[in-house]
Design a protein around this ligand. Structure first.
Ligand SMILES: [Mg+2]
Length: 368
């Protein structure tokens, strides 16, 4: 089998209302760079690379990586990963070069699954879940008035999700007002708080101490991803577990986080950290350092499918991040319909490959 072409389709849409994050930041649109690896057998693999601008992922894949890949055997996934990630004198150790390679890597695993007629988790060692399902948490609540956030959270819990994640990071008082409202509304359900690197150390410490009063399950990205020492210090000071990793690339950076004892829940993103090949290695590191891996996943259905394939195969993984916002590019990109039970447990795709596709009608409506 030979790769005949590698290309990217960009998808995008504007949100009905801005989604508020920490420090007055907000998302006004969402998009995806869908990587397609075509072969001479008629099998096409699908993947996704996440960067702030899908057009940059597209440029890197098509102008830098494509020529390295065409003519190669797509089943040589590990060798091709080495070519993409380490053959350019390490100029792109982190950032969008790795994101673009992640999209290619996911597509190569999808080709392999389709070639062997198996879901990718079966190629990664098989299913480690009891019943082919992953426990999900509802993601995300964006910053808004406390009563608006509480009402939305109640709706997620009513749908069966035992845990809800919220975006805060606008200062101690504003955060506490919302945490109190959410805790009162969702009762015993778990509450995860994400501040998207919004604080410096003193403020992160004050807010973290407040979160413990409300029995918060994890405190996500309290500090800049550059501040590994600060994360380690915060983790020692606080009772609430620290989660981080969506802005961390490759196994080498996760090794540093783990060696510094800087994280309780590691959150590698399969579409950024180096693809399926790298995520499973980060999971192995998680096992060795006794750190739970809860992959970050807030993107299209392609990324969701790839994330589930790795999570199903790794004993290090807990808590699937599941988008409950009604995103149009989620279920529409899955081969089979989403199957979420009344306890918020999501069935792992069993279609050959990762279980994702790019239908013509989705491309026609959302193609950029
Ligand atoms: Mg986050």
């Amino acid at each position: 089998m030979e790769i005949t072409d590698v290309r990217v389709e960009r998808l995008g849409l504007d949100l009905d209302e801005p989604a508020g994050l920490s420090r007055d930041r907000a998302i006004e649109s969402r998009g995806a760079a869908i990587v397609l690896v075509e072969t001479d057998t008629g099998i096409t693999g699908i993947g996704e690379g996440v960067g702030p601008e899908p057009s940059i992922v597209e440029t890197i894949v098509e102008e830098k990586y494509r020529s390295r890949l065409v003519g190669e055997d797509p089943l040589d996934v590990e060798r091709l990963w080495q070519e993409l990630l380490t053959e350019d004198l390490y100029w792109d150790r982190e950032g969008q070069g790795v994101s673009a390679a992640s999209g290619v890597d996911i597509a190569l695993w999808d080709v392999a699954g389709k070639y062997h007629g198996e879901p990718v988790h079966r190629l990664l060692g098989g299913d480690t879940t009891d019943d082919g399902r992953l426990q999900a948490y509802a993601s995300d609540l964006f910053f808004d008035d406390p009563e608006v956030m509480a009402e939305r959270a109640a709706g997620y819990v009513e749908r069966g999700f035992p845990a809800v994640k919220t975006h805060l990071g606008r200062g101690l008082d504003a955060d506490e007002e919302r945490v109190a409202a959410l805790r009162e509304t969702i009762g015993d359900a778990e509450l995860l708080v994400d501040v998207n690197c919004g604080y410096d150390y003193p403020e992160a410490l004050r807010v973290g101490r407040m979160l413990a009063d409300y029995d918060v399950f994890w405190y996500e990205e309290p500090l800049s991803p550059y501040d590994t020492d600060g994360l380690a210090e915060l983790r020692r000071e606080l009772d609430t577990p620290v989660a981080t990793g969506e802005n961390t690339y490759t196994k080498w950076s996760f090794r540093d986080l783990f060696e510094e004892r800087a994280v309780d829940y590691a959150m590698p993103d399969v579409m950024r950290c180096g693809g399926i090949t790298e995520l499973r290695k980060v999971c192995a590191l998680g096992e060795a350092f006794d750190v739970t891996v809860s992959p970050h996943s807030f993107s299209s259905g392609v990324g969701l499918a790839a994330t589930m394939q790795v999570m199903a195969s790794s004993p290090a993984c807990e808590w699937l991040e599941f988008d409950v916002t009604g995103y149009d590019l989620y279920e529409s990109l899955l081969v089979s319909d989403l199957d979420v039970d009344d306890a918020g447990r999501v069935a792992v795709p069993t279609d050959p490959g990762i279980g994702a596709t790019l239908p013509d009608d989705v491309l026609a409506e959302y193609g950029v």
